[in-house]
Structure formats: C-alpha cells, structure tokens
Design a protein around this ligand. Structure first.
Ligand code: MTE
Ligand code: MOS
Length: 802
C-alpha cells in the first residue's frame, strides 16, 4: 500500500457509516462552542455597539454611561489593544474602528456579568458620528471607480481575432446577488487566560491557526502563547474561514484585561448584519460562436462586491476567473477581474469560493444565446464540453475530460431527457398559464487551494498500549463529515475496526500551522496526513510482527485488527497484543503525519499555472413548473450524477451532494439580500435581517423527486484512497434549476428569443420575466424555429458587430 490512492483489502473507507456525531446532533447532546459557557464559571458576556451609519467618522466615544449600568464590568475600545488593532491579515480591518465602514459595524464592545447587562451597557454608550458619503451598489462603486486589491487579467489567444472569426457574436451584462451563510450556529468564542498568561480560545472557526495568529497580533503575543480549539461548528460554509478571527480576538482581549473568561456569541441579527456573505458580482461580456454553436471567443470583465475590506476577496476573485469556463473549451479568452469597495459587510468565502459566480456568467451566456443560435441549450452545452487534450484559459490541461462526456451521456439516459422533453413540450402546448421547463447543466470544479502554499496538512496519531487509537488532524468539523472520513482513513491505514479509533477536537497545540478547512480539500489534505502518520506506525509494527511471524516486514498484513502474513489464513496476532509487544520492545507508538499536494503550481502574477490537483465533475437535470399568474414555481424533479472518485464515505458524500445542491438552488432562486439604498436615515441597513424576510430553502423547496448517483469506476490517482473532494462542487449543480426556470419562462413567449432572468430568480423575478415573454409573444408572434443571428431587434444579449 505504498500508493496514496491504493486501498487494502476490507477497507473501512468506502463503507456506509453515519456521521460520527449523528446521534449527538439528533439528540441535542453534541457540544458547540457556546454550550461550554454553562460549564464554565465566572464568565463575562460581550455585546457590540453597532454603528447606525453606512459610512461615518467616529467623532466622540463616551463609555462612562455604560459603566454606570449595573452588571457592566468593562468597555473594550481601541485604546485597550496592546498589539495591532486589526482583525484581518491585510491590515485593512481595524478591530475597533475610528471610521465606521458599514451600517452595523461594531465600534466597541461591552462586557457584562450577564448578557442582558452587556446589552444595556451597549445601549448606554454614547457615540457621535460625522457622516461621510457612502457607496452601496455595484453600479455606484463601478461608476465611482471605488476598487480595492489587485485587478488581474487571465488571457489566452487573441480575443479580437477569435471574435472576428465568429459567425455569431453577442454581448450582454448581468448582475447577480450574494448569499447569507445562515449556518445554524452563529459565530461564537469563549476565551480563558491561565495562571501564566496563556490564552486559550474556543472558537467556531474553520481556520484555527489563523484565528490563533490574529489573536496573537491583537494581543501582542507570540503564537505559542495562544491556543485555539474548535470542537465542531453548526455549519460554516466559508463564513467561518476569516470572519471569526476578530470576534475571537475581542473575547481574548476581554479575558486578558479582566482575568475572567469572556464569551462572545453573536445573536442572529448581529451575525447577519456584521459578518460577510457571498460576493455579489456584475459582469459585462462579449462572446463569439461558430455556425455549429462552438464557442470561439469570450471577453468579460467581472466585478465583485467586496464590501468594506478585502478579507478573502482577492482569492475569491481568482477562483471566479478560473471558473469562468465552467466545463467548456473557449480558445480565445480574456477575463478581467476587479473588486468593488462598498459600505457593506466584508464579503467573504461561501461554498464554491467565487467558482459559482464565475460559472454563473458562462451559464447565463449559454442560456441566453442558445435560442438566438437556434440550438437547444442542453445540446449547446454538450457541444462545448472540454475534450481530452484541451486546457483551460489559465493553462491547466483538463485531465479526465472524458468523464464529463461519460457523466453527461449517462445522466441524459438515466433522467430520460429526450422523452421528458417531449412531455414538457406537450404539457406546455396544452397549458397556456402554466409552463414546465427542463434543463441540464455540467460542473467542473478545480480542487486545491489556488495559493499553492495552503495545500499542506498535518496530523497526530497516538496508539495506546491497549491498542486504542486517538487521532488529531488540522481540519475542522462543520457538519461536512470530515471527522467521520478521517476515522475511516485511520482505521483503513492501520487495518483496525472503526470503533478502535477516536478523534479528538481540532487544536492548534496538537497540529500547528494548519490551513483553513476550505476549498473542499479537508479530506484530501488531512486524509493524506492522517494516513502518513498511520503508515509510519504500521511500518514500525510490521517490523515487530515480522519477527514474531518469521517473515519479511513487507509481507505483513493488517486486516480488521488481526495481523497476518500474505497467504496466512489460519493464525494471526491480535492488534492489541502486537501493540503491547511493541511497547515492551520500546517501539514508538505515536507519529506526526504530514502531507503536501504534489504537482501543482500557480503563478499569481501571470495568472497561469496548474493550480488544481484535479477537477471534480458532475451534471444535473432539473424540471420545474411555473405559474404564469404569480411567478411561483415548483421543483418537480432533479437527477444528478456526481464524481467523488472512489467515495471515502458514501452516505456522507450523498449528504454533501444533496445539501450542496439545495444550498445552490437557494442562492439562485430564493435568497435575496436587500440593503436600504435610499438616502433616508437607514441608508446602508440590511433590510433582510432574519429568516422572516430572507427566504431560505426548506423542505417545500426540495425537488419532489431527487435522484443522486455517484459516478462509478472513478478512482482518482494521487488522492487518499482514490477519492475526490465533495464539499463545494455539488452547489453548482443548481444551475440546472435556474436554467429550467429560464426554459419555462421562454415557453410563455415566442421561440428564438433570449430570456433574461434575474438572479436570484425569485417568484417575483420569474413573474416579471414571464410578463416580458408574454409581451414579446403579443407584440411579434415569432415564427417557430427562428434562426441564429436574427436577434437584431431584441433587447439583450445584443448582437455585436454587423
Ligand atoms: N457541509 C456542511 N454540512 N456544513 C458546512 O459548513 N461547508 C462547505 C462544505 N460542506 C459545509 C459543508 C464548504 S464551504 C467547504 S469548503 C467544505 O465543506 C469544507 O469541508 P471539506 O474540505 O472537509 O469538504
Ligand atoms: Mo469553503 S467556501 O472553501 O469554506
């Protein structure tokens, strides 16, 4: 078993086990960070003073009145910071700001004996502001040229020549919304200081090492004086990759200054108004196709709304630019990217990390242009899929492109697309006020952090004398099942039953210098490290066993807790006996594991390289039904085939695919973040602050029929036990829902007409799109089978050139 991807006999990986905390989750006994408060004594509670302006200078801050409130212990302000007053890694995020950058920005924090005392204290703090002009929308920011960070370009070939070569050219524009993470557990931190000044912070963080680093720089300490632990999170979805740091630092600062434990937990309103979300984007584009609908050239400028500070906006933009192609080969490409600076929360990582936004642009282009080309949208997509030997616009060969075609073909058959297309057409012909839509879209998603250095991980594995195994690794658990998979990896590598292996919570003093559990790479990276640690221990034990069995160590086998040689079937050594023997022979029973992803490189200056170890592939077919009177719709059915390599844990992967798909459908069809963009007193206030106004997908928005299949015979060489990452890619399967809605809307109008659809395609947005379709039908009943290039008089996408 020298190869990372090779599986031994009877592996624990690949077996169907439920999430390691499933029973705890379901019975309410799983502990989250804030549950620890009840187990600690003498805890102080923190409450923020949130600004009520989108942009303002703080001209006076009077904390005295708060201290008069019974139960208030202290008010934390910038003057209290012993180290650097900054919550980020870009030094553009003052933890206690003197200039308020968005409505809801925390100016200072009040510590109280009870949460209520802290809240009343915060109300008593007197802040004076001098209002400054604010920018809220992408349009305002682009007009004002308010940008932050770098403005990269990825290009290949000659776009002008490519467009000139194209028989059909179109141009257009799209702006689409962000997304609130709405994890069930809001941000939480609990900080303690011990007798020697060591700071210990429990935090709901996807990136404990970075939380540790930010706490250290705020407090003016070294990293070895700060330990961060994350028990588990009630969802992170990228929202806890960067955003927890400042909050953990506030709790730590409070603990250092008061000598008492400090708890900071945002309530829902605070969480949604203070922390970053998925980036909304704006894009302008110009595209060229040949007569067969093959893409020749694409020029686009994409602008993300980064909010008030950079946070992760630069890497999110890079991933968006690297995914502008989704699964399609475009010979001549020019992608320009920029990040708008606006007076809103600092937008951040969210499942897909910019990938979904980049892919939305090309999917929107294809969905809009297909009718103008006179080609079925599904067929247009199929024709443009990458084939083996082609590379992306940033220079990475698309390995296993044949998988895209295999998945497409299998799904087309399984979902009975041809027959159902005919049924949908028949239904639509018979129903003037209700229309169905059917659409199929592919996914290709690059796996690895774009920034090469992050692609490393560590683990610590202990085998105790009784044979029980304790593992620790650098990844965090947020519900995605990473810990379940890591137990299976350890059990497989050591050849022991799963119940021998226990997993301890993620802590920076166990495994240092970890990367965020993000980019879907948690299992790839930490699995590599766990396996490496287990391999070291198993190799040492093989020496001991070889002596006892009188064979060569290479011929020793570890299966289900019994150690034998190749071809032994009768007798073997029990795992616990072997471990005990090894101890008495003074053989070390613990090991630190390390893993770095081989064979990747990214040149961030030239925006070229092979940043991804591999691509995850998938495709989905969705069918919807739209009511023409209201725009309300039902999701009738979705079929998915998704490539997870050889699954480490099939049940977990199934859950990730279903959950990712539904979350993507939420982003594209329901979840609508609205800020007050008026000039009134509440300018900049997030108007959708709760589940009452921010519509999340629930059971009623699940497709009535959802069939998910894992792509078979999918071993991925070079990844732990032949698996593939699964956390983010399925989110983008939801494009099929948006395109199915477009298809249904089109059916209300004349053929051959480009349908524009807002994103999110809420029932309201769908209603207006249906109205436009109907007006087009009334104005100019178009001949059926309108051909390419006849879109001259149509609003958009506008044909360019001729
Ligand atoms: N699944 C659940 N249940 N909860 C989450 O917060 N986060 C997603 C995905 N799946 C998330 C989830 C995101 S954004 C990422 S990057 C991956 O899980 C991270 O975990 P992994 O790298 O172990 O897949
Ligand atoms: Mo996921 S957005 O990479 O945390």
């Amino acid at each position: 078993m020298r190869f990372l991807s090779e599986r031994p006999v009877n592996p624990s990986v690949g077996t169907t086990v439920s999430h390691e905390s499933a029973a705890l989750h379901a019975t309410g006994t799983a502990l989250y960070t804030d549950d620890l408060v009840g187990r600690s004594q003498n805890v102080l509670h923190a409450w923020p003073v949130q600004a009520t302006h989108a942009h303002a200078e703080v001209t006076a801050l009077c904390t005295e009145p708060a201290l008069q409130v019974p139960g208030v212990v202290r008010v934390l302000t910038a003057a209290d910071v012993p180290g650097v007053n900054d919550a980020g890694i870009k030094h553009d995020e003052p933890l206690f700001p003197s200039e308020v950058m968005f409505y809801g920005h925390a100016v200072c924090w009040v510590l109280g004996e009870t949460l209520d005392a802290a809240r009343r204290g915060a109300e008593a703090v007197e802040v004076e502001y001098a209002e400054l002009p604010s920018l809220l929308t992408l349009t305002e920011a682009i007009e004002a040229e308010s940008f932050q960070g770098n403005r990269p370009t990825i290009s290949r070939g000659d776009v002008d020549a490519g467009l000139a070569r194209s028989a059909h050219r179109f141009s257009g524009e799209i702006e689409f919304g962000g997304q609130e993470h709405f994890y069930i557990e809001t941000h939480a931190a609990l900080a303690h200081v011990d007798e020697s000044g060591q700071v210990f912070v429990q935090s709901s963080t996807q990136h404990p090492s970075e939380t540790q680093e930010i706490i250290a720089h705020v407090l003016g300490l070294h990293s070895h004086e700060v330990t961060v632990q994350c028990l588990r999170m009630g969802g992170g979805f990228g929202g806890k990759e960067m955003q927890p740091h400042g909050l953990a630092a506030v709790a730590a600062l409070g603990a250092v200054l008061t000598g008492r434990p400090v708890r900071l937990r945002l309530n829902r309103t605070q969480d949604i108004t203070m922390t970053g979300k998925r980036h909304p984007f704006h894009a302008t584009w110009e595209v060229g196709f040949d007569d067969d609908g093959r893409l020749h050239a694409l020029r686009t400028t994409i602008t993300s709304d980064g909010g008030w500070s950079l946070d992760l906006s630069e890497p999110v933009l890079t991933r968006a630019m690297c995914h502008i192609d989704n699964s399609y080969f475009v010979p001549d490409v020019e992608v320009h990217g920029q990040i708008a600076k606006t007076n809103k929360t600092s937008q951040t990582a969210f499942r897909g990390f910019g990938g979904p936004q980049g892919m939305l642009v090309i999917e929107d282009i294809l969905g809009r242009c297909a009718p103008l080309l006179g080609i079925d949208p599904g067929e247009l997509r199929r024709r443009n899929l990458y084939t083996d030997g082609q590379s992306t616009h940033y220079g990475q060969p698309v390995r296993h492109a044949e998988r895209l075609h295999a998945i497409w073909g299998q799904l087309h058959e399984r979902a009975e697309v041809d027959a159902r297309r005919a049924e949908v057409d028949a239904f639509n012909a018979a129903h003037p006020h209700t229309k169905r839509g059917l659409a199929m879209t592919p996914v290709k998603f690059g796996i690895s952090f774009n920034l090469t250095a992050f692609n490393q991980a560590g683990a610590l594995v202990h085998v105790y004398k009784d044979g029980s195994v304790l593992i620790n690794h650098g990844g965090t658990e947020m519900g995605q099942g990473l810990h379940t998979k890591m137990r299976q990896v350890a059990a497989t590598a050591l050849g022991v039953p799963l119940h021998y292996v226990r997993l301890a919570p993620t802590r920076t003093d166990k495994v240092p210098n970890t990367s965020a559990t993000a980019a879907s790479s948690g299992a790839d990276l930490n699995g590599g490290a766990v396996k490496n640690a287990c391999d070291q221990i198993r190799d040492r034990l093989a020496e001991v066993a070889a002596g006892k069995l009188n064979i060569h160590p290479d011929d020793v086998r570890f299966v289900d807790g019994v150690i034998t040689g190749i071809g032994f079937h009768d007798d073997g050594i029990a795992w616990s006996d072997l471990v005990n023997d090894a101890y008495f022979q003074r053989v070390s029973l613990f090991a630190a594991g390390y893993y770095r992803t081989e064979g990747i490189h990214w040149d961030g200056k030239r925006m070229q390289g092979e940043p991804f170890k591999y691509f995850a592939y998938g495709a989905a077919v969705s069918e919807v039904e739209v009511d023409g009177f209201t725009g309300a719709y039902r999701f009738l059915r979705t079929d998915i085939i998704h490539d997870v390599g050889d699954s480490l844990s099939p049940l977990v992967d199934l859950g990730q695919i279903e959950g990712g798909f539904v979350q993507g459908a939420g982003w594209l069809t329901l979840e609508d973040l609205r800020w007050d963009t008026s000039d009134g007193p509440n300018r900049g206030r997030l108007a959708t602050q709760a589940a009452s106004t921010y519509k999340l997908p629930s059971f009623s928005e699940m497709p009535e029929e959802l069939n998910v299949h894992l792509f078979e015979h999918a071993t991925e060489d070079g990844v732990v036990y032949g698996s593939k990452a699964v956390g983010e890619p399925p989110l983008m399967l939801a494009f099929s829902v948006r395109e199915a809605l477009r298809d249904a809307v089109a059916a209300f109008g004349p053929a051959g007409r480009a349908v524009e659809l807002a994103s999110p395609a809420t029932p309201e947005a769908v209603f207006w799109a249906v109205e436009t379709s109907r007006q087009a039908a009334a104005a100019a009943p178009a001949p059926v089978g309108a051909t390419a290039g006849d879109g001259q008089a149509r609003p958009a996408p506008a044909p360019v050139g001729s």
